[in-house]
Design a protein around this ligand. Structure first.
Ligand code: SF4
Ligand code: SF4
Length: 437
């Protein structure tokens, strides 16, 4: 029996009641859960949290902050969904459970500042100039040497080692026009979804993506009125802001006739493809994701042969490279072979696989700050598997993984770069232009 209407857990009911009931408590999800692997507590894995959801739903438990923290103890990595014999997506239930908690208690001010102001209202982009200056003046390095990140704990220390590219003084959306034409007659028109991190800090990814699309002959449209994808809000349980983002982004892209919408952020891509259709009942908004491609998916599917012709021809010793499968790319979008196909055509690199490449890096949005010990432990395991390959570069397709993994590697002083696949590809194309002409 459901709870009375004033206590109703409407978001869980609305989206996932049926999933909670179908869990047969088999425990298959234990074996795969990176959180359970670290702490061996039933509350770490999907089965435990689903049992908790069921008790809440049936009024056997009252929500409280302790329960809220248990729902936060999930990386939303989707690994449990892959092994669940009855086809559940427990991570989605937990996102809805977080939303119930936000509805009940609202967010603490710091979360509200990050999710609603910086990401929701796009204030992160207005901080780009400050971040750029701080990066150029090496203020992040100074803060680290003064042990300031220590105040915030292990994860902040690790992330303070993350390798940042040069950050331009303006956000990407201000630097690039809305419409970009290729040098020759366009072969098609694509929209480019930038995403928060790649509009401010990781602009190297957006630049590489747009430049490759132009080099292939596409007209590229970068709608100015696009915003955050909303996935961070989904993960934090702020469904109100998520819904605003769905409407904002759908109207930003739907006003153009586009052959495809390209995105180079794993999290944003899974938001558009997977979360948008679930979170809205309006067909008009649901369909945006149907035309969305991750950049590696699009390039490998449509242009592998064209790209091969753009590669440099001069022979050099190959650098060992390994690839990390971001959960939001591999599990939520089914993309794992495509980035590897791109890496294999790059003459400068030899791809060596790491063990457990699909295992989560432990970032998981707010998880890295809520559960710093577990997050650090998972990051260290990932670091060891990378180290064991002897690779000099780790390729990946997610800004969160990039910060987490590069932080873990550099914290140990390892000379291993962490780069988005598309940045490596654009570097090769530029070398190709020099060597082929
Ligand atoms: S694997 Fe699926 S059915 Fe089994 S306990 Fe986990 S969530 Fe429930
Ligand atoms: S989504 Fe990942 S971290 Fe969360 S319960 Fe499932 S396997 Fe564990």
């Amino acid at each position: 029996m459901s709870t009375s209407s004033e206590n109703s857990l409407s978001l869980i009911e609305e989206y996932y009641e049926e999933q909670i009931i179908r869990c047969m408590k088999c425990g298959m999800c234990q074996s795969i859960c990176p959180v359970y692997y670290e702490d061996s507590l039933e509350t770490g894995c999907a089965r435990g949290k689903l049992a908790l959801s069921e008790a809440l739903l049936h009024g056997k438990l009252e929500p409280n902050h302790k329960i809220e923290m248990i729902f936060n103890k999930c990386l939303l990595c989707h690994a449990c969904a892959q092994v669940c014999p009855v086809g559940l997506s427990p991570d989605k239930v937990f996102a809805a459970a977080r939303a119930e908690m936000v509805k009940r208690y609202d967010m603490p001010w710091i979360k509200s500042l990050i999710y609603r102001k910086l990401l929701g209202e796009g204030k992160l982009s207005s901080l780009t100039g400050t971040l750029s200056l701080a990066n150029r003046l090496k203020l992040f390095v100074l803060a680290r040497s003064l042990s300031i990140p220590k105040i915030f704990g292990k994860s902040a220390i690790r992330l303070s080692f993350a390798t940042l590219p040069d950050i331009p003084s303006k956000p990407f959306l201000d630097r690039f026009p809305e419409l970009l034409e290729p040098n020759s007659k366009p072969i098609g028109t694509v929209g480019y979804f930038v995403g928060c991190a790649q509009n401010s800090v990781f602009q190297d990814v957006s630049e590489a993506s747009v430049n490759i699309l132009l080099a292939l002959g596409y007209r590229v449209i970068i709608p100015k009125d696009q915003g955050c994808c909303g996935f961070p809000h989904y993960g934090a349980g702020d469904f109100e802001t998520l819904k605003q983002k769905i409407i904002q982004n759908s109207s930003a892209f739907k006003k153009y006739k586009l052959d495809a919408i390209i995105i180079s952020c794993a999290t944003g891509g899974s938001g558009l493809k997977d979360v948008y259709p679930e979170m809205t009942k309006e067909d008009n908004l649901k369909t945006l994701g149907a035309n969305v491609y991750d950049i590696s998916e699009f390039l490998a599917l449509k242009h592998l042969d064209d790209l091969k012709k753009m590669m440099p021809t001069d022979k050099k010793e190959k650098i060992k490279i390994t690839y990390h499968d971001a959960c939001h790319l591999n599990r939520l979008q089914g993309i794992s072979s495509q980035p590897r196909q791109l890496l294999r055509i790059m003459p400068s690199y030899e791809l060596v696989e790491m063990e457990n490449s699909t295992k989560c890096c432990g970032e998981g949005g707010g998880f890295t700050f809520y559960y710093q010990d577990i997050s650090s432990s998972i990051a260290n395991r990932k670091k060891e598997t990378i180290k064991n390959t002897g690779a000099k570069v780790v390729a990946l397709g997610c800004p969160g993984c990039r910060a987490q993994i590069s932080g873990a590697l550099k914290q140990e002083g390892l000379d291993i770069d962490t780069k988005h696949t598309v940045c490596l590809l654009w570097d090769e194309i530029k070398k190709g232009k020099d060597s082929n002409f």
